[in-house]
Design a protein around this ligand. Structure first.
Ligand code: UN1
Length: 512
């Protein structure tokens, strides 16, 4: 198998056959300088060890940056359309391996197969889209204000970029960062989340199979403080892109600012879905279930607040709760399951803790709230889909990002009231409105203060060729996806060519 050749895995005894994955530095698979490793276990069944990965330290980050610096010298000179062809070929190979990679992803991350297929597909979509951008990379060519002078602006790569990626979209999010970066001519060092490194290996291995030269992408696995920290600090890293919590974003952003790095932060969310009296309730209930419990609520874009107008409030709550109770929780590899486990013990603890907070605050627990134990749940981090109703917008469960299957339903009087509640939080990633009234839809599109607004769809389901990101504590003004990614991974250079054969002094030459 190609994987074995590339990762040089060691099998730990024929009974377990657990693969050991090494770091990928300058085209070589190497062990961490620390001599330490960590296990990647399946959150649906922790007896299942998905792989053993390197617990790296600063020296490994430095070696990877060295490799990437070296590779940059040649890679930046490869024409962008040629760079993009490698990405296009990777899209084709990924398509062929979609099922295997999606199964690997469900095993390491827990979300159900339908969703991991979507995650892999998102990486494929990003690859086709970014491959196309390799033939565009347009910059303005514009008339000069002086005679016999030519003016244009061109995009230049930055150098070595550092990526720190989360566990909830283990292949899609690395692809959002790596693919535009390399098409633009940069080289990369990526630290995948310690809970889900295998999907990054699958993506990078695919790029290598598609012809990516050595050193262009390097993988260093490990933990935030020993890998992410040195990566965001290093003077030779020219850009850092993080998807993670607002708390980590604040640290990475502050560190990166000290050496004036480009820094893209994609952080938390507390995304509202508004349901007005005139909404198609069947659609809103369906959307609200998908938005809140898809990925076990572990999306930055998860629908975590449902704001419902008083005319349909009782009916919505009753019908929504009935449906939530009927969701099948279990191992995501089972095609009949609707919702998988939490990613790890800590996340589950956080989710359950928020249930207690909600109860203590006086919200009405309508269903769920418990850990699932015994039988098929005995060795995983499973929890019931949880719905709180009659939530006050100021309660902590309506303000703080939980990142689990816990949704707060909040009553409202009118669209204006709903928008005020929707905007009354620290975050601003996604938002949505269910209505049949076009005037109300356009009002919400204008007034919801968020990076994304959906009409008659829940808060999830972004497409890769549009800007993805948010306002307020969700980020620092950058966007992934779409052309925003190309902007982030390039610097503008304005070029003037004077063919007048005399000294022209721009503004000074002007005589009125
Ligand atoms: C995330 O919410 O963490 O928009 C990423 C979506 C996906 C990406 C979500 N395409 O639902």
């Amino acid at each position: 198998m190609a994987t074995d050749v590339l990762t040089g895995p060691t099998m730990l005894g024929s009974a377990t056959r657990t693969k050991v994955y090494k770091n990928f530095i300058d085209g070589e698979w190497v062990e961490a300088s620390t001599g330490e490793t960590f296990e990647n276990r399946n959150p649906a069944d922790t007896r299942d060890v998905v792989g053993i990965f390197q617990k790296s330290g600063k020296a490994d980050v430095e070696a990877a940056i060295e490799g990437a610096k070296h590779a940059f010298k040649k890679w930046r000179l490869v024409p962008a359309p040629r760079r993009a062809e490698i990405v296009y070929r990777a899209a084709e190979i990924l398509t062929g391996n979609k099922e295997d990679f999606s199964r690997d992803m469900t095993r390491e991350m827990g979300k159900i197969l339908k969703e991991t297929r979507g995650d892999t597909q998102e990486a494929i979509d990003t690859a086709y889209y970014m491959a196309g951008e390799g033939r565009r990379m347009f910059g303005p060519t514009t008339p000069s204000e002086l005679p016999n002078k030519f003016a244009m602006a061109i995009r230049q790569p930055l150098g070595v970029c550092g990526m720190i990626t989360p566990w909830n979209f283990p292949m899609a999010i690395p692809s959002w960062k790596l693919l535009p970066a390399i098409v633009c001519g940069n080289t990369c060092v990526i630290k995948p989340a310690q809970d889900t490194p295998l999907s990054t290996f699958n993506l990078v291995r695919t790029l290598v199979d598609a012809g990516l030269p050595k050193g262009v992408i390097n993988i260093v696995t490990g933990f935030g403080s020993s890998v992410g920290g040195p990566l965001s600090e290093h003077p030779d890293i020219k850009a850092v892109s993080l998807t993670g919590s607002s708390e980590v974003g604040r640290i990475v952003g502050t560190t990166a600012a000290k050496s004036f790095k480009h820094c893209s932060l994609e952080l938390g969310g507390k995304n509202p879905m508004i349901v007005l009296d005139d909404a198609n309730l069947d659609l809103a209930i369906e959307g609200g279930l998908w938005g809140a419990f898809g990925t076990t609520g572990q999306r930055c874009t998860a629908t975590s607040r449902i704001i419902v107008q008083k005319g349909v409030y009782s009916e919505f709550v009753e019908r929504y709760v009935e449906r939530a109770k009927g969701l099948e929780v279990g191992n995501g590899l089972d095609e009949t399951v609707d919702m998988g486990p939490a990613i790890n013990a800590n996340q589950l603890k956080t989710d359950l803790n928020y249930v207690e907070i909600g109860k203590a605050e006086g919200a009405r627990l309508k269903c769920g709230g418990n850990r699932l134990t015994g039988g098929e749940y005995a060795n995983g981090f499973f929890m019931e889909p949880t719905v709180f109703a009659d939530v006050d917008p100021k309660m902590r469960i309506a303000q703080e990002e939980i990142f689990g299957p816990v949704v707060s339903i909040i009553p409202c009087e009118s669209l204006e009231d709903a928008i005020e509640i929707a905007n009354g939080i620290e975050y601003g990633l996604s938002s949505s409105l269910y209505t049949k009234d076009v005037n109300k839809a356009f009002t919400a599109m204008r007034d919801l203060y968020a990076g994304i607004t959906y009409i008659n769809a829940p808060t999830i389901g972004a497409e890769v060729h549009l800007p993805f990101g948010g306002v307020k504590a969700t980020g620092n003004g950058h966007r992934e996806g779409g052309l925003g990614a190309i902007d982030f991974y390039t610097e503008w250079k304005s070029v003037y060519v004077d063919y007048s054969d005399r000294l022209q002094k721009a503004q000074i030459d002007r005589v009125d």
